[in-house]
Design a protein around this ligand. Structure first.
Ligand SMILES: [Zn+2]
Length: 117
């Protein structure tokens, strides 16, 4: 396992500290590249991420009750679908940004710097 995780966009030199609990194959995109992604897809991703997090938190808080409930199977399936949709869209955004970066939209916009007055 490498110490740091590179931004998933080829040629990008930014790296991130590996956090405890990160999967071996975890993928990260740096903020500058992320902002090159299609806005509508990023907005949608935010929604899907929120949905997937809802299941995570619910499971953390109510694990015992859910595990004994007849709805366990349904809960698990819905959670899987939410996570899969979120990951699939992330992959599409990655593909979108990879292409843009390769075709010379290379300089991802920085956050606007404050100009001295
Ligand atoms: Zn990057």
């Amino acid at each position: 396992m490498t110490e740091r995780i590179r931004c998933c966009i080829p040629g990008c030199g930014r790296t991130f500290k590996r956090e405890a609990g990160d999967a071996e194959g975890v993928k990260i995109m740096c903020g500058r590249h992320w902002r090159m992604g299609d806005q509508a897809m990023r907005d949608r991703h935010k929604q899907l991420r929120k949905r997937a997090r809802w299941f995570e938190r619910r499971w953390e808080r109510r694990q015992n009750a859910i595990a004994r409930s007849p709805k366990l199977q349904k809960f698990g399936n819905a959670w899987d679908r939410a996570a899969a949709a979120c990951n699939a869209l992330w992959e599409r955004i990655q593909a979108d940004v990879t292409i843009k970066a390769a075709f010379g939209a290379e300089d991802a916009p920085r956050r606007r710097r404050k100009e001295p007055a």
